[in-house]
Design a protein around this ligand. Structure first.
Ligand SMILES: *[C@@H]1O[C@H](CO)[C@@H](O)[C@H](O)[C@H]1NC(C)=O
Ligand SMILES: *[C@@H]1O[C@H](CO)[C@@H](O)[C@H](O)[C@H]1NC(C)=O
Ligand SMILES: *[C@@H]1O[C@H](CO)[C@@H](O)[C@H](O)[C@H]1NC(C)=O
Length: 386
């Protein structure tokens, strides 16, 4: 598979593994020590057979980080002093050596019924943003939040994309903020669920980025050959309907399970490999969506490892690109690398990590914050819109 072949570009592939770190949980189990960096890393820890955080830390050098503030901490961040203290303690010391490029405040906040949380989201984002500014870090680190696709009231055809009426009063000022802060709008997209829910009705080629006639949006005349782009463009349409053409939409989570229960159609290593491999190939060409062809899609893949203790259907435990021993679950041309078990962390020399996904970022996230919050933050949205 050609995704990671340096020869194709003539320059060494960049390592862009993106890991979602919850700095708030610095001393929780799973805390990671990497060159003085002591942070909780969400590489998916609902499992009892994963490599130790110190081994995983090898993978994390030279990678980009998205830091998540868990929903349980959002309301505290509305206090500007608390936000400043947090940024000072958990972000500033690690810049610029650790490439923290984004802070997500809360996750899928509008999926639940917690009105106090919804009300505190934007004030918390503002506080964090102002704290960055006070420390001279504005522009270096984006501030945003990640949404579930169920904030959409309609998403088909993509040009008819609109937010649910009940979330519009929240999303409107949030978009105004993102526009002013020049930060992206993040959305978690799982075309797998549309396929799983209706395998007879949803063409496999359409969800797996394989050659197919696609779907033409009757309003724009734009042709969609895959569901993911249609979902992203429906979000662009919804954003535009609220008056913004100046906010990028990025995919904060996507993925495909390599295994599932007997009733979970399509959860196979073959399909997972096709989905991720084809997605990475699109990313490699810096392709945009039909509506925003000049804006390369920006995707974080869920997840780094399979997590053998996660509850729910079998698919939930099988989103990983890698088995706990570091071997790939399926071949998408990624040369995953974990240092040998017997090497001492203390004496190991730093070698280049070999997670070479040009322009791609693998994001493993959520599990720890989910556990800490005692509820399913990352239960995936079932999209039936397409
Ligand atoms: C975040 O929430 C956890 C759990 O409620 C709490 O222990 C921790 O002190 C909070 N951190 C901040 C910075 O508010
Ligand atoms: C939110 O509340 C509504 C109405 O009370 C209920 O039907 C729905 O299941 C709740 N959703 C969540 C995520 O709790
Ligand atoms: C912040 O987001 C904007 C809009 O998507 C993007 O152009 C910029 O590169 C991001 N900044 C960083 C530091 O990643």
């Amino acid at each position: 598979m050609a995704v990671a072949e340096p020869s194709r570009t003539g320059s060494p592939p960049r390592v862009l593994l993106l890991v979602y770190a919850v700095l708030l949980t610095a001393t929780a189990d799973g805390a990671l020590a990497a060159g003085g960096l002591s942070i909780g890393i969400n590489y998916g820890q609902i499992a009892d057979n994963l490599p130790s955080p110190s081994r995983v830390s090898m993978l994390l050098r030279s990678m980009q980080f998205v830091i998540g503030i868990g929903n349980e901490n959002v309301s505290a961040m509305t206090d500007p002093a608390a936000a400043r203290a947090w940024v000072q303690q958990h972000v500033r010391p690690y810049l610029p050596s650790t490439r923290i490029t984004c802070i997500t405040v809360g996750n899928e906040v509008f999926k639940g019924n917690d009105t106090a949380l919804k009300d505190s989201l934007l004030p918390a984002m503002r506080s964090v943003y102002q704290a960055l500014g006070a420390l001279g870090l504005q522009g270096q680190v984006n501030v945003t939040t990640a949404h579930s696709l169920d904030i959409m009231g309609s998403s088909y055809p993509p040009s008819a994309g609109a937010f649910r009426p009940d979330v519009v009063p929240y999303i409107q000022p949030l978009l105004d903020f993102l526009s002013a802060a020049r930060s992206p709008f993040l959305i978690n997209c799982y075309p797998y669920f549309a396929y799983k829910d209706d395998p007879a009705g949803v063409p496999l080629e359409y969800v797996l980025f394989q050659p197919n006639a696609g779907v033409t949006d009757p309003t724009t005349g734009l042709n969609y050959d895959n569901m993911l782009y249609a979902q992203v463009d429906s979000v662009y349409a919804a954003v535009q309907a609220l008056g913004h053409t100046d906010v990028d939409v990025k995919i904060s989570e996507t993925g495909w399970p390599s295994r599932g229960d007997p009733d979970e159609a399509g959860a196979t290593p073959q399909y997972a490999g096709i989905y991720i491999g084809n997605l990475l190939r699109r990313i490699e060409t810096k392709q945009g969506t039909p509506l925003r062809p000049a804006v390369p899609i920006d995707v974080y893949v869920f997840a780094l490892f399979n997590e053998n203790l996660k509850p729910g259907p079998a698919s939930e435990r099988n989103y990983g690109l890698f088995y706990p021993d570091g071997t790939p679950v399926y071949d998408v041309g990624l040369r995953g690398y974990l240092p040998p078990m017997d090497e001492s962390d203390a004496t190991r020399t730093v070698r280049p990590a070999k997670w070479q996904l040009p322009e791609a970022r693998a994001l493993s996230q959520g599990s720890q914050s989910r556990r800490l919050q005692g509820k399913s933050l990352r239960s995936r949205h079932r999209d039936r819109s397409m």
